[in-house]
Ligand binder design. Sequence first.
Ligand SMILES: O=C(O)CCC(=O)C(=O)O
Length: 221
Amino acid sequence: MSPDNFDLFADVEPEQPPRREQIGEQSWVLRGFALPLLDQLLPALEAVLAAAPFRQMVTPGGFTMSVALSSCGTLGWTTDRSGYRYTRHDPQTGQPWPAMPAVFFELAQAAAREAGFADFVPDSCLINRYAPGAKMSLHQDKDEGSFGAPIVSVSLGLPAMFLFGGFERSDKSQRVPLLHGDIVVWGGVDRLRYHGVLPIKQGHHPKLGEQRINFTFRTAQ
Ligand SMILES: O=C(O)CCC(=O)C(=O)O
């Protein structure tokens, strides 16, 4: 192929999909951002789960959540009949929540920085496990002591349809497809936007099997 022809073909090469998509004034999807750290994230996750296994929690209204939860970091988010809150101890084991693995912390900080939030210091990582059919209803993250820090939310395993709404539950939501390795970061003027996840579709992920795992990093205190 002559150099001229080569240039011609280069013009019609499919474009790489954008790696960073803006979904709000201060909200971003970072495509594939977690993938380079996957080989460190999965063993670290296993160690956290050995100390604080997944469990299904009950909402103050008495509903059992379809998503199974665990946590690591200084504070872990929990819910039971008496309310939503952060605790220093895992109510199931009575032990402090497992420490946040360094690779979790570094990933969360790097993603926040990429989205324009320098100096993010997460003290809590909620770990959500979605089996097919599990979902998360629209809600705001507002159990934290202040809303100055962003939320960093990592998707692994089966795909999900993330709902990113407005400041009222009834506001129209954007539908944002999330794949293995994607990270959503929202903060600043968007920090209190409603968000949720549609029921996860049946499927099999080559690395994680029949589940979606989500890490939600927050500064809780
Ligand atoms: O699973 C997700 O992508 C979102 C999780 C979430 O909204 C939460 O834990 O508050």
